[in-house]
Design a protein around this ligand. Structure first.
Ligand code: DQA
Length: 144
């Protein structure tokens, strides 16, 4: 079976308690369960992980090469700051879809910039947990 890595960045471990007015009450465990169930439906194994560390995200992207067919990533705030994560995607060439729970383009100006978007196939933002599932569908369509 084919495999997708769903990677989560900083503060997403606090989903459900963190700014519920922005991110809702869905927990990261809920996101994981939904991604795993959706993976079964579309024929992909799902590996799911979260780290609060920029270097942890870089290493997970490196390790995905040859292990997973693609990555769905919510890099959290590192989206807007991290050249290292963008470079990791460029360097490994693992097909990567950027996702966000919130509509980053409707929020503060500093969230409108995504370094990661330069390396990603595309970006899906604003649909809550569904952004992840749409990201998986988009990755599958890209890989087909
Ligand atoms: C986020 C949006 C980012 O701007 C923010 O820093 C996050 C979450 C989202 O999923 O909406 O941590 O990536």
């Amino acid at each position: 079976m084919s495999s997708i890595l769903v990677l989560n960045g900083p503060n997403l471990n606090l989903l459900g308690q963190r700014q519920p007015e922005v991110y809702g009450t869905t927990t990261l465990a809920d996101v994981q369960a939904a991604c795993e169930a959706h993976g079964k439906n579309i024929g992909y194994d799902v590996a799911f992980s979260q780290t609060n560390f920029e270097g942890g995200l870089v290493e997970a992207i490196h390790a995905a090469r040859g292990t997973h067919d693609g990555i769905v990533i919510n890099a959290g705030a590192y989206t807007h700051t991290s050249i290292a994560i963008m470079d990791a995607v460029f360097s490994t060439q693992v097909p990567t879809v950027e996702v966000h729970l919130s509509n980053i383009h409707a929020r503060e100006d500093f969230r409108h910039t995504s370094y990661l978007a330069r390396a990603a196939i595309g970006q899906i933002a604003g649909f809550g947990l569904t952004s992840y599932l749409l990201g998986m569908d988009a990755l599958k369509a890209h890989l087909a």
